[in-house]
Design a protein around this ligand. Structure first.
Ligand code: HEM
Length: 385
């Protein structure tokens, strides 16, 4: 087995942020034909398996209003809007910057900077959309709003019986920017970190990119099992009537891959690692106990059992990164209407609750991990006013 890459420190992540290697690729339409995750097709192929009646009801309930959409509940009341960046098409480049408050921080100055960053792209007059999502850890969220979702815990960290560790690096704020222009991602986060200087400290940052047709750097398609586009609001967003309605729970982790090790595995072992084929992401009929799907495809009965309905689904928005020193991996970003299913998956991956450890952890290790909550657009409006 090859030597594992060392897991970066806070200093390292901040240091190398502007020097990562980029892998460019053009996604031609022909590449959309086979095995492309459904969430990437949103807007290209809107027709789904929905019944005509349901489609008509959805059309009726969605009246476009700029970036916000008016959705009505069955009773006709207006539903809260999630932050637009979460469920919109994922654009080519991402920039993740984590912050915590410094000693003596002025909350007023932080709120002003948060207000300004929400308007990113507008002030500069650029036409390429800049998608900004503000995600809060439990402590900062509590200082901004009373609209706190149920069961919002800081990230605890995870360890397997044989010593594999997913360390906890909980911070107070994650600024997630995505755009088709990398310079706009940089500019947006730079303006924000400059505005909060003296009030917030950058803990770590990672720029990432979409690799070919949404591949992980292992060459496996990432995103196939995501909910259908029309189901994503329901699966990722806290329902009306609950604290935090219109918001979303998030797990954010930077995984470091030992690609030399993974590439040394046979194709069969690689496919058994995930439980899907490499060529077109077809689910394997037989799932070995260590397969990733055996841990994360939550079902009413046994995990990964197609005969029973899925539960606790999440909407994943993960993308790869590559640093100048050769450190590479996946920035895992998942959204869910509850936090518990994300904790359940992490426990399973690390071999708790009767599971064998996920084979994924043979070749990849998270260098960072945190839980956040992305409040609805309306809650943000009120909290920052
Ligand atoms: C290095 C980190 C990871 C890699 C490379 C990875 C890769 C993959 C791949 C290739 C698939 C199969 C195709 C697909 O449905 O997207 C998959 C499925 C999935 N993964 Fe991961 N994953 C990682 C970490 C995680 C973590 C930490 C979680 C949850 C906490 C997670 C949750 C899921 C879910 C929910 C699915 C879909 C299951 C279903 O079909 O219902 N993954 N992942």
């Amino acid at each position: 087995m090859s030597t594992r890459p060392s897991v970066g420190t806070r200093h390292f992540e901040a240091h190398c942020a502007d020097r990562i290697a980029m892998v460019g690729s053009t996604i031609g339409t022909s590449e959309y034909q086979v095995g492309v995750p459904r969430w990437r097709l949103r807007g290209l192929f809107q027709e789904s398996k929905m019944s005509t009646a349901r489609r008509a009801r959805q059309r009726k309930n969605r009246i476009g209003l700029g970036a916000r959409v008016v959705r009505l509940t069955e009773k006709g009341t207006v539903m809260s809007n999630p932050q637009h960046a979460i469920l919109t098409n994922l654009t080519k480049y991402q920039w993740y910057t984590h912050f915590s408050r410094s000693e003596g921080a002025d909350l007023g100055a932080i709120k002003q900077a948060l207000r300004d960053v929400r308007a990113a792209g507008v002030q500069t007059g650029v036409t390429t959309p800049v998608n900004v999502c503000l995600l809060f850890g439990p402590t900062l969220l509590a200082d901004l709003t009373d609209d706190i979702p149920n069961d919002f815990e800081p990230y605890p960290g995870y360890e397997s019986a044989d010593g594999k560790v997913a360390k906890a690096t909980q911070e107070e704020l994650l600024l997630w920017v995505h755009s088709d222009e990398k310079d706009l991602c940089w500019e947006t986060q730079y303006a924000f970190r400059t505005a909060v200087a003296g009030h917030m400290t950058v803990a770590r940052e990672t720029p990432t990119f979409i690799y070919r047709n949404s591949l992980d750097l292992t060459g496996f398609i990432d995103g196939t099992g995501n909910p259908e586009p029309d189901d994503q609001y329901d699966r990722a967003i806290v329902p009306e009537g609950q604290p935090g309605a219109g918001g979303s729970f998030c797990i954010a982790q930077r995984w470091v891959h030992d690609l030399d090790y993974f590439n040394g595995l046979s194709l069969q072992d690689q496919e058994n690692t995930f439980g899907r084929t490499k060529a077109d992401s077809t689910k394997l009929a037989v799932q070995v106990p260590t397969s990733h799907l055996k841990h994360v495809e939550l079902r009413e009965g046994t995990t990964a059992d197609d005969a029973t309905p899925k539960r606790g689904e999440m909407v994943r928005r993960s993308t790869p990164y590559a640093f100048h020193d050769g450190t590479i991996g996946l920035y895992f970003m998942g959204f869910c209407r509850e936090q518990a299913p994300m904790r359940e998956r992490m426990e399973a991956i690390y071999g708790h609750n009767g599971h064998e450890r996920d084979a994924l952890t043979d070749y990849s290790t998270p260098a960072s991990g945190s839980f956040y909550f992305a409040p609805s657009a309306e809650t943000l409006d009120a909290a920052l006013s």
